[in-house]
Ligand binder design. Structure first.
Ligand SMILES: [Zn+2]
Length: 424
């Protein structure tokens, strides 16, 4: 089977899409790259003589059907090293399989999903920075300026110091205690919520700060999973005792949450703020699923936004500090616009967006119709270290997590009424 890769200048996307469709090509777009699938009517020769022909690179594959895989780290590739990858953009890859093979590789609940690549679709967008971004608000700017690289690093080092934060270990409970104490010392009201994992127990840590606006108030939420795991191949069982420093996944998001807690603790906010560190994420989003399941409909309706941080600290792309904002469509659209506006006003981040939510704690919220967005390091290639003993501080970038925290803190501050809305 023939397929083609085609890279287009960002300004020419609409024209390129027209050209491909006129020539009977089915496409998946990954930022500026088109993965072009041959349809029976595909006229490659016509395309080669068209305006886009010179940069169209055709290739052959043995498989008959194309599948789009969304994966955590390189979990699909680690589980199926024998399957050739036709196109690799880290979290999203394209593989070709025959149908029986695809049926055998059922979706792995907590690590990757595969779906037949049919029709034309945008997998993710890479946004261009506006010429005139929103002007920074001085009050918000003072918050984003107070995000401290040294505090973040010190907290992350403390979390990584636990041999593992596997949800069923005493080490996880020690890390949870550390986080609870820290949130309490910042003045938050902290509760612990029990979560069941196949007969055993882990917990979520929930920290609240009430707004001073009149009722009814909305609640802006920030979450991250505190647990880690050592399970490079998701098809093999995890050993809870194996070393799992989880520096990026997800010490980075957890330390980030504590940093956001610190910079917002003395702000007088209009709406309510709730921060949650989940347990049981690595066993299949158990902490967040339990949290969402027990939430009354009236409480769900109060949630204006859920910013989820999961892996925010490893720079694994060629464009410099990049964030992927991943939400549901249409439920997370307003949030994605607001986070993008915050990124452009308060950071130098390149923003990618995707409306294919997958495998982190934003998903149970989106499934229940609650606006939620995953903020995760952008990647041109999958992070190979996560879920191994190699997920250590060595790989942590200095700037990327701080930039993502600035974006998130600015967005949440606006949600809490510290600034007029970032988007209408
Ligand atoms: Zn994670």
């Amino acid at each position: 089977m023939q397929y083609a890769i085609y890279r287009v200048a960002a300004a020419s996307v609409a024209q390129a899409t027209d050209e491909l469709e006129r020539n009977g090509v089915q496409w998946l777009r990954f930022g500026d790259d088109y993965f072009c699938c041959a349809a029976p009517s595909t006229d490659w020769n016509g395309l080669r003589t068209s305006s886009i022909g010179s940069s169209l690179e055709t290739r052959e594959s043995e498989g008959v059907l194309l599948y789009l895989v969304t994966q955590e780290g390189r979990s699909f590739q680690q589980a199926h090293p024998d399957i050739p990858v036709l196109f690799d953009r880290g979290r999203h890859i394209v593989v070709s399989l025959d149908r029986p093979q695809a049926d055998r590789i059922s979706d792995h609940k907590a690590r990757f999903s595969i779906r037949l690549a049919t029709g034309n679709a945008v997998v993710f967008e890479t946004l261009t920075r506006p010429i005139a971004p929103l002007a920074a608000d001085p009050r918000i700017k003072s918050i984003t300026d107070s995000i401290s690289p040294s505090d973040f690093s010190a907290t992350l080092a403390q979390l990584v110091n636990h041999p593992t934060r596997h949800s069923l270990t005493s080490h996880f409970r020690e890390a949870a205690q550390l986080c609870r104490d820290r949130l309490q010392s910042c003045g938050y009201e902290v509760t612990l919520q029990d979560v069941q994992i196949s007969g055993a127990r882990t917990l979520n840590i929930i920290a609240d700060k009430a707004g001073s606006g009149s009722q009814p108030r909305s609640v802006a939420m920030v979450c991250a999973h505190l647990d880690s795991i050592n399970q490079p191949n998701p098809l093999l069982p995890a050993d809870p005792g194996a070393p799992a420093p989880g520096a990026d996944d997800n010490g980075s998001g957890s330390a980030g949450l504590l940093e956001i807690a610190r910079v917002l603790k003395d702000q007088s906010i209009m709406q309510d703020l709730r921060l949650i560190l989940f347990g049981g994420e690595e066993q299949g989003l158990l902490g967040s699923t339990h949290y969402v399941d027990q939430l009354p409909a009236s409480e769900c309706a109060r949630i204006s936004s859920v910013v989820n941080m999961d892996m925010i600290a490893v720079l694994n792309n060629t464009r410099g500090p990049t964030v992927l904002l991943e939400g549901g469509d249409p439920v997370s659209r307003r949030m994605v616009e607001g986070l993008t506006a915050a990124a452009h006003a308060y950071t130098q981040l390149t923003v990618k967006t995707s409306f294919r939510p997958h495998d982190s704690d934003h998903v149970p919220f989106i499934d229940k119709g609650v606006p939620a967005v995953l903020t995760i390091e952008g990647n041109d290639k999958g992070n190979e270290s996560i879920h191994t003993e190699d997920d250590t501080l060595v790989h942590i970038d200095r700037d990327l997590p701080i930039e993502i925290l600035r974006m998130n803190a600015a967005f949440v501050a606006a949600e809490l009424g510290l600034q007029t809305a970032l988007v209408g």
